[in-house]
Design a protein around this ligand. Structure first.
Ligand SMILES: C[S@@+](CC[C@H](N)C(=O)[O-])C[C@H]1O[C@@H](n2cnc3c(N)ncnc32)[C@H](O)[C@@H]1O
Length: 312
C-alpha cells in the first residue's frame, strides 16, 4: 500500500510487513524491485535467496539477510520509489517534473484532477497521493491495454479507490461532459495537446490550473497559441536536475607546517613507511566525497502551466 493509512484512517508511519504487502527491495539507489510478500515466497538474486517468511513482522526499512549472509533493505512503497520500479509501458514523468507539477497545479487533499494520457501511471500515482483521502483522479488513455495495466497497478499499490482509469480519445472527443466546471486541475501528456485544450478549459473550475507536458518546443508553441483565448498567466518551465554522488573514500592526510595539513588520495607506499615527503607522519581516514553524478538526467520535456480566465 502506497498510502500508510491504518484502519482508524490515520496516517501511520509505524508499519510492519504483512503477508500480501508490496515492498520495495532496495539493493542500491539504482537497483530496486517491487515484490509482493507471500508466506512461502523466496526472492532469488545475485546475493542469494531471501525467504519472505523472515520479512513478515519486521518494520518497513529493515535490513534482511540472504542464505549467503548478503543483505537488502525492505522499503515501504511510495510514489517516489514506485516511479523508479514500475514497468515502463511508455515514456514516463520522473520525480523532478512530478514534484513541480504537483506543486504548481496546487493539488491538495480533496481536489478533483483530470489527466490524459495515463501512460505507465507514473504521474498518476503521485497525483493520487496528493488528493487523498477525499479527492479523486480521473485519468484517460485511448490505449485499452495500457489503461488495463494501469488499473492493475493501482490495485497493486492500493490506490484504486482514488483513481479511475477511462479509455477515451481525449484529443478527438475531449474529457467527458460530466466533469464540466468541476476540475481543480487538468494535466495533459499528449502528442497534440492543443487539440485537448478547449475541452480542458471547459472542465476547469474558474481559476483552475492546467499543465501540459511536451518534449518538443514546437509542441509548446502550438499549445501556447491554443491557450491564449481561455487562459492567463501562461508559463513554460524546463526542470533540470543535478544529482550528486555521495561516497566514502579513504584520504591520506599529511601535516605541512605545525597545525596545518593537506589531504591527498591514497598513494602506494613503500612497505613499512608511513611518512610524508618531508619525513612527517601521514594518517589515513575515511572521508565523505561528494561530486556531480555522471548519470544525471538532462532534458525530459517542457511544462506549460496556465490559469483559466475568469469572465465575471
Ligand atoms: C508519454 S505517455 C504518458 C506517460 C505518463 N505521463 C506517465 O507519467 O506515466 C502518453 C500516453 O498518452 C496516450 N495517448 C496518446 N494520444 C492519446 C489520445 N488522443 N487520447 C488519450 N490518450 C492518448 C498514449 O497511449 C500514452 O499512453
Amino acid at each position: 500500500m502506497i498510502l500508510p493509512i491504518d484502519p482508524a484512517n490515520k496516517l501511520s508511519f509505524k508499519r510492519f510487513i504483512k503477508d500480501g504487502d508490496l515492498v520495495i527491495v532496495y539493493e542500491r539507489h539504482d537497483t530496486m524491485k517491487a515484490v509482493k510478500v507471500s508466506e512461502d515466497g523466496v526472492l532469488q538474486n545475485r546475493f542469494g535467496a531471501f525467504k519472505h517468511s523472515e520479512w513478515i513482522g519486521k518494520p518497513f526499512g529493515s535490513k534482511v539477510l540472504s542464505n549467503k549472509g548478503a543483505f537488502v533493505y525492505l522499503l515501504a512503497p511510495t510514489p517516489e520509489l514506485w516511479t523508479l520500479v514500475l514497468s515502463h509501458r511508455t515514456q514516463i514523468l520522473y520525480i523532478a517534473d512530478i514534484s513541480f507539477v504537483v506543486m504548481y497545479l496546487e493539488i491538495v487533499p480533496g481536489c478533483l484532477v483530470l489527466e490524459s494520457g495515463t501512460g505507465s501511471g507514473s504521474l498518476t500515482t503521485s497525483l493520487a497521493r496528493a488528493v487523498a483521502s477525499t479527492g479523486h483522479v480521473y485519468t484517460f488513455d485511448f490505449h485499452e491495454q495500457r489503461a488495463a495495466s494501469a488499473r492493475e497497478d493501482f490495485e497493486k499499490t492500493g490506490l484504486s479507490s482514488l483513481v479511475t482509469v477511462g479509455v477515451r480519445d481525449i484529443q478527438g472527443e475531449g474529457f467527458p461532459d460530466e466533469f464540466c466546471g468541476r476540475a481543480d486541475s487538468v494535466f495533459l501528456d499528449l502528442p497534440q495537446p492543443w487539440l485537448a485544450i478547449p475541452s480542458a478549459g471547459k472542465m476547469l473550475k474558474p481559476d483552475g490550473v492546467l499543465c501540459s507536458f511536451s518534449p518538443c518546443i514546437e509542441q509548446v508553441q502550438r499549445s501556447c497559441e491554443a491557450l491564449k483565448s481561455q487562459f492567463t498567466d501562461i508559463r513554460t518551465f524546463e526542470v533540470l536536475l543535478r544529482t550528486y554522488e555521495v561516497r566514502q573514500k579513504i584520504l591520506e592526510s599529511c601535516p605541512v607546517n605545525e597545525g596545518d595539513s593537506i589531504e591527498r588520495p591514497p598513494r602506494k607506499r613503500r612497505q613499512g613507511s608511513a611518512e610524508g615527503s618531508n619525513g612527517t607522519e601521514c594518517s589515513s581516514s575515511p572521508t565523505v566525497v561528494i561530486r556531480p553524478s555522471g548519470e544525471a538526467r538532462g532534458h525530459t520535456g517542457y511544462l506549460t502551466f496556465a490559469r483559466l480566465k475568469c469572465f465575471v
